[in-house]
Ligand binder design. Structure first.
Ligand SMILES: [Zn+2]
Length: 184
C-alpha cells in the first residue's frame, strides 16, 4: 500500500487502476485529490483515498501565545509569536503580533521600552481573530516570562515585583512581568 503527500489536483492514478474514495475524484479518466494530505493507494483493493492533513492551528482570539519582542516603538511593539499554549502548537515560521502600549498593563506606561526589551519572551492573549494579531499582556498571568539584561544580556531573575541582573547588580523596576516568569 503506497502512501505519499499530495496537494489538490495531483494525479493519484487512473480509473483503470483505482476507484476514487474519500477526498479523491475522477475526471477524464484520471484520479486526483481535492485536499492537501496523505494519499493512500491500495493496489490489491484497487482503491485510493486521501487523508486530509491537519490544518495548522493558527492563533485565534482568546488564545494564549508566547512571543519574542522583535521591534519596539514608543507606542507599539512588534513580536514574533512562536508558540500557541492554548493549541499546543509550535510555529517554526512565527506569526507577527502587535502589542499596543495601552494593552500592556492596567498601569500607565510612558513607553513600551519601560515594560519590555528586545529579544524578551512574553506570554500574551490574542485579541484578534486573524492577522495582524493584536495582543494584550494585561493581568498577572501575562507579560514577561523571560527577559535579558539590556547591558550584558544575562537572563534576569525575578525578585519580588522587580527583575534583577546578578551580573550588573542592577534592578529593573518597571518591567511588565507575568506570574509565570521563568527565573526566580
Ligand atoms: Zn546585566
Amino acid at each position: 500500500m503506497g502512501e505519499y503527500f499530495a496537494v489538490p489536483g495531483d494525479a493519484l492514478g487512473v480509473i483503470e487502476e483505482y476507484v476514487p474514495l474519500r477526498n479523491a475524484y475522477e475526471r477524464d479518466g484520471v484520479i486526483r485529490t481535492k485536499v492537501v494530505g496523505w494519499a493512500k493507494a491500495d493496489p490489491l483493493k484497487h482503491e485510493v483515498a486521501v487523508v486530509e492533513a491537519r490544518p495548522v492551528a493558527v492563533p485565534r482570539g482568546g488564545d494564549v501565545v508566547h512571543a519574542v519582542v522583535a521591534l519596539l516603538r514608543e507606542a507599539v511593539a512588534y513580536v514574533d509569536i512562536f508558540y500557541n499554549e492554548t493549541r499546543n502548537a509550535l510555529y517554526p515560521v512565527p506569526f507577527r503580533g502587535v502589542l499596543h502600549v495601552s494593552e500592556v498593563s492596567n498601569e500607565r506606561l510612558r513607553g513600551l521600552g519601560e515594560a519590555f526589551g528586545y529579544g524578551d519572551v512574553i506570554r500574551a492573549r490574542v485579541l484578534s481573530e486573524r492577522p495582524p494579531y493584536h495582543l494584550s499582556t494585561k493581568g498577572g498571568e501575562f507579560g514577561l516570562i523571560l527577559a535579558r539584561c539590556p547591558r550584558c544580556l544575562s537572563p534576569l531573575r525575578k525578585r519580588g515585583l522587580w527583575l534583577y541582573c546578578q551580573n550588573c547588580r542592577r534592578v529593573y523596576r518597571r518591567r511588565k512581568i507575568s506570574r509565570h516568569y521563568a527565573l526566580k
